[in-house]
Design a protein around this ligand. Structure first.
Ligand SMILES: Cc1ncc(COP(=O)(O)O)c(C=O)c1O
Length: 370
């Protein structure tokens, strides 16, 4: 079976580098907050060209810690797109904030007009902008929120390495960039890890983030705020660091796949790609998303031919049982998020996908009855 994502392929590629590092790590005796962690922070700061980067346990924590460190008071409202991973909203609630869902546009990104409407209606303290599928959300919206002193957290869990049209990386234009290094993500490890980036960070905010991620203590180990244990293990730092070195190769491999998909997909009536050629060239796509005109039976059709499609996501967040109590500002009565939940599918898409695998997918799409 060919799955929509297969992280094993990129890790196997670097197995011997990892094994060397594991040997060094075991002998070093320093398993948490050691040299590998410090090196990774420097490498990511250089890659993103930011003042601050700090690792934490996962992407959900990265959002929670950013909100906790932002100075926003508990109970404040945070706008969040209706179409994103469950983790995004869980992180907001866990930080003590109240989410307000905002509908997305046809690409699954937070809708600009609807966000402006939601700002007028709800006076939010922050907006969680999600770069879904690796596509960057509106830069103009981010700037406008900042002009209005609304804190912007960029959820970059799916977009490490994606750039805005200005050439700036995702995670470097908002007040905080929250990253996930979960195995399937663009930059990842063989377990859980995450991190927070800040373009222009003063010393204070950096200290608050690091303290919040470690019990809330200061350099003297006195607890001065409520924090939790959200560190990144050395073993993961070493793997992420190796993956970062391989990232441009992985990116080339994925961009070639995108090009073949975009050029070779002849059945545009039935399958519409959600990213354009221009977006593919500046963004580091995490998923290759298509809208399926008649989604009934499509998953079974592909499965019978050896391909498992993904769905991201089949239920908009406001319709999860736990989240129905929160407001949802829609673009139209049925909402774009609901339409995407029905029609979106993720094609097999990961570094080092083989030509014959891409051809298999293209063949199924181009022969799909429409
Ligand atoms: C958009 C988005 N935000 C946040 C997260 C949370 O990341 P993690 O699983 O590392 O906590 C994910 C991961 O699934 C995600 O896709």
């Amino acid at each position: 079976m060919l799955y929509f994502n297969e992280p094993r392929r990129k890790f196997i590629h670097q197995k011997f580098n990892f094994l060397d590092d594991f040997g060094r790590l075991i002998e070093s005796g320093s398993y948490i907050k050691g040299d590998m962690g410090r090196e990774l922070e420097v490498q990511i700061k250089q890659y993103l060209n930011v003042d601050f980067f700090s690792g934490c346990a996962n992407g959900t924590d990265a959002i929670t810690i950013s909100l906790m460190a932002s100075g926003i008071t508990k109970g404040s409202k945070v706008l969040i797109p209706a179409m994103t991973a469950q983790a995004s909203v869980v992180a907001v609630i866990r930080a003590g904030m109240v989410p307000v869902f905002v509908d997305v546009n046809s690409q699954g990104l937070i809708d600009v007009d609807t966000t402006e409407q939601a700002i007028k209606l709800h006076n939010p303290a922050a907006v969680l902008v999600v770069h879904l599928y690796g596509l960057t959300a509106s830069l103009e919206l981010i700037r406008k929120c900042q002009e209005n002193e609304i804190v912007v957290i960029e959820d970059c869990a799916q977009a490490f390495g994606s750039k805005f049209s200005t050439g700036e990386y995702a995670g470097t234009v908002g007040d905080f960039g929250a990253h996930s290094f979960y195995p399937t993500k663009n930059l990842s490890t063989i377990g859980d890890a995450g991190g927070i980036s800040i373009k222009n960070a003063d010393k204070h905010i950096g200290q608050v983030i690091k303290s919040t991620a470690e019990y809330g203590w200061n350099n003297q180990r006195e607890v001065i705020r409520l924090g939790f244990n959200s560190r990144i293990d050395e073993i993961h730092c070493s793997i992420i660091s190796n993956q970062l070195k391989d990232l441009s190769k992985q990116s080339r491999s994925k961009k070639e796949t995108c090009k073949t998909y975009l050029d070779g997909m002849r059945n545009h009536y039935a399958f519409t790609p959600m990213a354009s050629n221009a977006e593919v060239s500046r963004c580091q796509l995490h998923l290759f998303s298509v809208c399926v005109k008649e989604p009934k039976g499509v998953d079974e059709y592909f499965r019978k031919r050896g391909v498992i499609l993904g769905r991201h996501y089949d239920r908009p967040l406001p319709y999860h049982k736990k989240f129905t109590e929160f407001d949802f500002i829609k673009t139209k009565s049925k909402s774009n998020a609901s339409e995407i939940a029905k029609t979106q599918r993720s094609l097999p898409f990961f570094p080092y996908l083989l030509n014959q695998e891409i051809e298999l997918v293209m063949g199924i799409i181009n022969e799909y009855p429409s």
